[in-house]
Design a protein around this ligand. Structure first.
Ligand code: URA
Length: 292
């Protein structure tokens, strides 16, 4: 298995994940996506561009989609791999009761320290804690640092970050106005998706960041952020663009900018999602520069 084929396979799985197709692979393979990956690797097949299966039409009920903030803390994300739970029906990973009074971003960063709590520390160069306005009305949550972020210690500074900057500016904001962070603070090797135990170890710091900032709106970029915040393993396409709630704060999930780089046709959908956020925050879209 050469590096290029492996990278293609991994890219393909991330693409499928962005589309919310992971459960599809789990169902088909029985033993889950890793097995499918192994089969693909063993056969070194050409990777087709997947056609998403038709999504069943579901009627979304805002009540059911809101988070359960009263249930017991769960040790890991709700549900076995490939088993879809209605959002908010499983145990919540984080309880409102866990809020630390008077917590600040500085304290959270100090508590994180030179973290070695999970295996991601072994190959990271820099911890990517988060950046932006500590009193931001809007927080963007991504998945985890990539190579550029790992080198600079800042979130979303690579290609996906440039697109995120454009999205923020199109909303009539500047990058410094918002807060940007990730579910995991250290780069997963080869940009793989973070494992459940890595997410479970790291995401309490994300929750503390959100509690400290107390934004009006949280935008989850991509399925890892959305599934973590909502304690669900449902594919993002089930609830993208819907107003949901995280412990009393409005939350909306949209596609990850990296997905948009591969699928520019999805940009109008994301723009519609961002316009919903703008309406809540009372933002006007950036005016095009007047011709000279
Ligand atoms: N993708 C993410 O999810 N986060 C980053 O910081 C960069 C790319």
């Amino acid at each position: 298995m050469d590096e290029i084929t492996r990278a293609k396979i991994e890219e393909w799985f991330r693409y499928a994940d962005d589309l919310g197709l992971s459960p599809f692979f789990h169902d088909r393979a029985g033993a889950g996506a890793p097995l499918v990956a192994e089969i693909l690797i063993a056969e070194a097949v050409e990777i087709p561009v997947p056609t998403p299966p038709p999504m069943p039409k579901i009627k979304l009920d805002a009540q059911k989609l809101s988070l359960d903030t009263t249930s017991q803390r769960a040790p890991s994300l709700a549900g076995a791999p490939g088993i879809s739970l209605p959002i908010g029906s499983g145990p919540s990973l984080f309880d409102a009761a866990d809020k630390i009074e008077g917590d600040t971003l500085e304290r959270i960063r100090e508590d994180l320290g030179e973290c070695t709590r999970c295996r991601l520390h072994e190959r990271r160069h820099k911890i990517v804690f988060g950046t932006g306005n500590p009193a931001a009305k809007l927080v963007f949550v991504g998945e985890g640092p990539g190579a550029d972020e790992d080198a600079q210690g800042l979130p979303f500074v690579g290609r996906a970050g440039k697109l995120l900057n454009q999205m923020i500016e199109a909303m009539g904001l500047k990058r410094e106005d918002v807060y940007i962070c990730n579910v995991v603070k250290c780069r997963p090797p080869e940009n793989r998706a973070p494992e459940k135990d890595e997410v479970a170890t790291c995401s309490p710091y994300l929750m503390r960041q959100i509690d400290a900032i107390r934004p009006q709106v949280i935008v989850c970029l991509g399925s890892v952020a959305a599934q973590t915040m909502l304690s669900t393993n449902q594919g993002i396409s089930r609830f993208r663009g819907q107003w949901l709630e995280f412990r009393g704060t409005r939350l909306l999930a949209t596609y990850h900018p990296a997905y948009l780089l591969r699928n520019p046709a999805a940009k109008p959908e994301v723009w519609k999602d961002l316009q919903k956020v703008m309406a809540v925050l009372g933002l006007e879209p950036k005016k095009p520069a007047s011709p000279r």
